[in-house]
Ligand binder design. Structure first.
Ligand SMILES: *[C@@H]1O[C@H](CO)[C@@H](O)[C@H](O)[C@H]1NC(C)=O
Ligand SMILES: *[C@@H]1O[C@H](CO)[C@@H](O)[C@H](O)[C@H]1NC(C)=O
Length: 354
């Protein structure tokens, strides 16, 4: 063997080795179930694939949008059911400055960075740490230094758990290993309480426990203002039909609400969503300061589960989170987590049908 071919051989070996180690983790599907409340979850993006939920007559339907196969999830641009990170939502101008150093990130939404970048946590394979079918599943992911441009190593753990009746808990935690970094994880399920194949959510009612929003520019980057919803189509302080104020001048909702402080110091009520025909109701609580309310305005003929075509308004998202672009707004609650500290984000969903 010549020297040149020997070197080529060694290089090829190294390439194969590195590929083997990066694809160590297998993509799998995992069930959580209690009675006829069932979830199908994959470690690809720690993604919720389906949520089977009974209506007031006991008929079960899948109430989240999704795809039929993992190839479609890999190709996905709408984040169906995914776990988003390292920093969910938008970072304006794809950069921020932390401790005097400016970090430039890859942009994937015009000139901004959306949902952690082109290959965020929604596009990586997570390790299944523990799984108990009638109880919980925990995924972990070790994000490397400079992954998608973010500083330092970050150790992340996400647990989906069935608590009591038809309650779903989501626990997202992250620990920076060596450097301070922004962290803002989010769960991005698309809900339609009539069933994922039932059309649109315009007739659902929603109550949002939020008196203010963070207005944005045309690229959905916050201006920094915190503005009252009073007298605007954003006011859902009393339950309203979602489609009531959607028209040719106002195409839908894609905005961060500032959650009102409730009686509990740690948990805030986010929303109550109801679908009259099925009687299904979803309530949500979190320890986060904000929630992105999104009415899937940009969905357009997306081929989903069972050959169903999802159109505009096919679902709604309630992404509890820190405020978008917090890294560039000193007046927003900080998303910076330092070594020795722990990022903690909790959600509790309660589902009923009457
Ligand atoms: C979960 O979803 C995957 C992908 O659609 C599917 O192959 C698998 O059979 C599902 N598992 C269960 C238990 O429904
Ligand atoms: C991938 O996405 C593109 C554009 O959204 C679409 O045309 C194509 O059919 C998708 N491929 C798969 C395998 O889903």
């Amino acid at each position: 063997m010549s020297k040149v071919s020997l070197i080529c051989f060694i290089l090829l070996g190294l390439v194969l080795l590195s590929q083997a180690s990066s694809s160590d983790e297998k993509i799998g599907f995992y069930e959580l179930k209690k009675g006829n409340f069932k979830l199908n979850i994959t470690n690809y993006g720690a993604t919720i694939i389906s949520v089977m939920l009974p209506d007031k007559h006991g008929n079960v339907a899948d109430v989240v949008l999704g795809f039929d196969n993992i190839e479609a999830y890999k190709n996905d641009t709408v984040y169906f059911g995914a776990l988003i990170g390292r920093v969910a939502n938008r970072i304006g101008g794809a950069q921020f400055t932390l401790d005097g150093k400016t970090y430039k990130l890859p942009s994937n939404d015009g000139k901004n960075t959306l949902h952690g970048g082109p290959r965020g946590f929604s596009d990586v394979i997570w390790t299944v740490k523990t799984h108990k079918e009638d109880n919980h599943i925990t995924f972990t992911y070790d994000s490397s230094d400079n992954e998608e441009g973010f500083p330092g190593k970050l150790s992340v753990a996400v647990t989906y758990m069935i608590i009591g009746g038809n309650k779903l808990g989501v626990k997202m935690e992250a620990v920076p290993i060596d450097k301070a970094t922004p962290v803002n994880l989010a769960q991005h399920s698309y809900w339609n309480l009539g069933g994922h194949d039932s059309g649109n959510i315009l007739s659902h009612t929603i109550k949002l426990h939020a008196s203010n929003i963070t207005p944005t520019d045309k690229d959905l980057i916050p201006t920094g203002e915190i503005k009252s919803v009073k007298g605007t189509p954003y006011d859902f302080l009393e339950p309203r039909v979602i489609g009531d104020r959607i028209n040719e001048n106002f195409v839908g909702y894609d905005i961060n609400y500032v959650l009102d402080k409730g009686s509990s110091e740690h948990f805030r009520k986010v929303a109550t969503v109801e679908h009259r025909n099925s009687g299904r109701k979803m309530e949500l609580w979190t320890n986060q300061p904000g929630v992105q309310f999104y009415t899937s305005t940009s969905l357009k003929d997306t081929k989903g589960k069972g050959g169903v075509t999802y159109k505009r308004y096919a679902a709604l998202c309630l992404e509890t989170q820190g405020f978008p672009d917090s890294v560039n707004h000193d007046n927003f609650p900080s998303q910076i987590v330092r070594p020795g500290e722990k990022y903690k984000h909790y959600m509790v969903y309660r589902f009923t049908a009457t």
